[in-house]
Every structure is written in C-alpha cells, then in structure tokens.
Design a protein. Structure first.
Length: 367
C-alpha cells in the first residue's frame, strides 16, 4: 500500500480550502449527520448506523489503514432512507479537534477486506437514494469467498444513484471470485470516474472490473485506468467487462485498459449487449459485441510508468488527448486529487499530469 507523504500533503493543501469553500457555498437539501472515524471498529459502527439515520449522512474516514479483520463485521455501506444521500469519504484529518481537513485522492485512506468479504460492500437501497464513495484505496490479498468482487461489490436499483470517484482497487488476489471490482446496476444510475484498477489477480474470472447494467439503467464510466490484471484461462475479459441487458445504456470515455491478461483468447475489454458507447478509449484489445460507437480509439504502447502504476509518462499518447466532455464528467480532480485539466485537453485515464511532471520530458531532452 502507498503511504501519504509530507510532500503529498503539501501538494494537496489547496484542495481542503476549495472543498471547505464549496461546503459553505452550498446548502444541503436536508439535514446532514456527520461521523468522523479513525479506527476499523468506528468505521464499522458508523456504517451500521446509517440505516437508522433519516438525514443525509457523511462518514469522514481519517487518513490511515482500516482492516475489516479489526472490526466485528464487514465494511458495508447501505442507504435505507428515502431521498437520502450517503457519502463515504476518505482522506480526512483533524484540525484543532475538528475533522475538517480533506485531502482528495485515493492514496491516504486504505480499506482491506477479509477472507470472506470484500474491502467494501455498497448498496443504494432507499427510494430516490444516492450513495457517494470517494478518496479510498481498496485491497484484499486473501479473499476466498464466492461472491463477485474481491475488493468492491456495489449494487444499485431503479431510481437510485451511485457515484464512485477517486478510488484505487489494487492488491486484490483470489482463487475464487470472478472479478476484483463488481458494479451491478439494476435500472438505476451509476457514475464511475477517476478510478484505478491495477495489479489484481482473479483466478476465477476476469480479474479487473465488471460492470453490468439491466433494464433502463444508465452507467457512465470515465477517466479509468485498468492495467496489469490477471484473470482465469476461461475468462473472455482480462481487464474490463461491460454487460448490457434490456434497454440499458453504458458509456466508457477517456479511459485506458491495457496489459490485462486471462485466457488465450481474452481481451482487455470485453463487451456484451446493446447500447455500449466508447469514446477515446485506449486499449490493447477489444472483443465481444461490437460497440454502438467507438470514437477515436487508441492502441499501441501507451507509455505508462508500469502495469501496476499506470500513470502516463510525459511523452505518453494519453496526455492531452481526451474528449472534452466525457459522459459522467471528468471530475474536478484526478485519482490523486490533482487538478483535472492541465494543458489544452484532458489526459486519458485516471491521472492528469501536472506541469512539474510534464517538464520532465524537456529535462530529459537536455541530458
């Protein structure tokens, strides 16, 4: 797992200021109940309490590592009240006794699952409910259960919304589960953006991310980096599986799916069903149902740091080559919490190189 460094905290100092300003400027639709947690048991207790709270809920998880084995149950977030927004947010820190500083990005707060449960279950259940998950890293190197998703297992229904952003899924190893992260959208609305799924093993399936949408559901995937995942020899998908059923719609924009492997005939991206739209997706291979459209695809070496660290290098084709308005939005920051737009266009994938990183290419030119 990565650790939050002093340099990383300094780099994000502007983010807490902007975040607090946004909170002051925006009045909530209803009362907000806030919980600040600093141990695995406190996190578990706050998640269980959500079902009893009629207000909107914000659970602030402080910087650190949280193992479900250290609590009396699994980490399961389930909205239950009508018209309720529940937010599970990592990256928080105390200031003068108040849990008020927020460092956006996935590298500061880590959740680990158990042998029988993923790092995080998510259910959007209440009528017209919305669930938001952000600023977390999810891990589970020991999963031996039979459910889908060794690290993340998320479900939503008609009339409900799910937003997952600035999340990293890594070190998810299992001999049984089909995927490392699973999203099931049964007629609801799902947005997944600025997410990394890298360096995972799923001997029972496709290793990376599976997103299935049913009925009239709408799923929007943007700014994803899916790389270096290893699946089973029987799986058609090494990195990303998108399945649509009924009249479901799914979009995949500004994303990297590269260097994933499973069976001999597996593909980085495997599609199934109608109404799947691709725009500026850089992949190693594509299989299954033909997409409804596939605009400006990319292939060939994307020039990333590594398969387990899929940041683009300064000379990567991913830099400044994304579409301006990806479905689901690009998010205001990348997976690290850095400003999303640097340069003339969005970068493809979960990372946006900043000016200092881009300057490296010029330094190398004079060495």
């Amino acid at each position: 797992m990565s650790a939050t460094t002093p340099g990383g905290l300094v780099r994000h100092l502007i983010t807490p200021v902007l975040y607090l300003a946004a909170l002051l400027a925006t009045a909530p639709a209803q009362a907000l109940s806030v919980r600040c947690v600093g141990t695995a048991q406190e996190l578990r207790d706050a998640l269980v309490e959500v079902a009893t709270i009629p207000d909107d809920v914000l659970i602030k998880i402080r910087l650190g590592n949280y193992a479900a084995d250290d609590a009396d149950g699994v980490f399961q977030l389930a909205s239950a009240q009508p018209n309720q927004t529940v937010t599970l947010s990592g990256g928080w820190a105390m200031l003068l006794g108040s849990c008020s500083i927020h460092f956006q990005g996935s590298d500061g707060t880590h959740l680990s699952g158990t042998v029988n449960a993923p790092a995080l279950y998510v259910y959007a259940n209440g009528t017209a409910a919305k669930v938001v998950v952000n600023d977390l890293s999810l891990h589970n190197p020991d999963f031996a259960g039979n459910g889908l998703g060794s690290c993340l297992s998320a479900f939503t229904q008609a009339g409900r919304e799910l937003l997952v952003e600035r999340v990293t899924v890594s070190q998810c190893d299992t001999s049984s589960s089909a995927v490392s992260a699973n999203i099931s959208n049964d007629g609801g609305s799902v947005v997944l953006r600025d997410v990394v799924v890298a360096g995972n093993l799923a001997a029972g399936g496709s290793a990376g991310l599976s997103v299935v949408t049913y009925g009239t559901g709408v799923t929007q995937l943007a700014q994803l980096s899916i790389a270096g995942n290893m699946g089973s020899t029987a799986s058609p998908a090494g990195g990303l599986y998108i399945g649509n059923f009924g009249s479901a719609e799914a979009w995949l924009d500004n994303s990297l799916v590269w260097g994933n492997a499973a069976g001999a005939n597996s593909k980085d991206v495997h599609l199934w069903g109608p109404n799947i739209h691709l725009s500026r997706v850089h992949y190693g291979s594509l299989g299954g149902t033909a997409p409804a459209d596939n605009l400006t695809p990319g292939t060939g070496d994307p020039r990333i740091v590594s398969l387990t660290d899929p940041r683009p290098r300064p000379d990567s084709i991913l830099v400044d080559s994304g579409v301006a308005n990806p479905h689901g939005g690009p998010g205001t920051t990348d997976v690290r919490g850095q400003a999303r737009l640097v340069g003339p266009a969005l970068d493809v994938g979960a990372y946006e190189l900043d000016e200092a990183e881009l300057d490296v290419i010029f330094a190398h030119a004079f060495e």
